[in-house]
Design a protein around this ligand. Sequence first.
Ligand SMILES: Cc1ncc(C[n+]2csc(CCOP(=O)(O)OP(=O)(O)O)c2C)c(N)n1
Length: 365
Amino acid sequence: MIADTQNFKPFNPDPIAVLSQSGDWIAPFALTLDDETLKTIYKHMLAARLLDERFIKLQRSGKMSFVAPHSGHEAPQVAAAHAISKGTDWLFPYYRDYAMTLALGQSVLEILAQTTGSRLDTAKARQMPMHPGSKTLNIFTGASAIASHIPPAVGTAISMKIRETGQAVLTSFGDGATSEGDFHAAINYAGAKGAPIVFLCENNRLAISVDFNKQTGSETIAIKAKAYGMPGYLVDGMDVLACYYVLKECVENARAGLGPSLVEAQVMRFGAHSSADDDTVYRSKEELELMRQRDPILRMRRFLEKQGLWSDKAEEKFIKETQLAFQTALDTLAEAEKVPLEWMFDDVYAELLPHLAQQKKEFLG
Ligand SMILES: Cc1ncc(C[n+]2csc(CCOP(=O)(O)OP(=O)(O)O)c2C)c(N)n1
């Protein structure tokens, strides 16, 4: 456990924050992260924001079929990637989690190959965009059905416990996912078994257009943890360092055999639910403007500037380098050959079933 920070109080109705809006350290414990890590956390959030903006341009220009914007969700996502042990622990993310996979070390080329359905995609272009996964980074690829990745996340954690591997699992999902049976069955069993898992709810108070208050009678998601026999933490999801310290403590508790935790990060979704919806129908420009004033990237930037760790010049240089990295990856993808159509029929059956063999023949001509 982290000696300086342990014992965040569960079920506290006030969200845990360590940075003020103006970027001052307000925690009752001392900062333990070194300057390089602080800068890396910021760079990961900024790169993720730029990636989100690029995703939208790619979708508008017909190079991606679908986008679920993650702007406004960067803090818990980047914090989660820093809280787990890369390549050892397992991540079971959901569709909005590209800031998480980017911060964990998934390359821009790999991410863009997947989201644009390229031949270079490690999933052979057979997954819908916004369904991240990585064999080398222990990132499970979920299905589109909301919350369906949570039961396998718990199963994986229980298996880690039985085999005494010392690993942990972190799974993330939105507030809408907590209304699904899969969520309840899985978190209940994790509590019963003391599974080494952290449940991270990125609560943006919307499930597409459905308001949080129509989703649950609970005041918070965090409080539900009590009924499942685990601590629940409410965190300011626009404060990346608060998210980091809470998630880190929960991951370390899981590894130490203290069982699961539920973390609710209160975030704000700056974009539409996805490229397939128009959020101006269900929320006002003014509401969005107020949300943007709480931008997690601005808050962390103010903090870094006060520490003398960041400047306009550093920002400009980093943005340029990141955009160049995106362009280099996109150029590589543009040079790749087309996805072979027969891939669609591969890797499911050792021997193609007769009706599929027939379809393949007709399809390929
Ligand atoms: C089982 C199921 N029901 C409905 C949908 C359609 N759907 C896709 S995303 C979504 C909203 C999910 O909201 P939330 O879990 O809060 O995550 P957010 O998108 O807000 O990050 C819905 C209802 C689905 N994919 N799967």
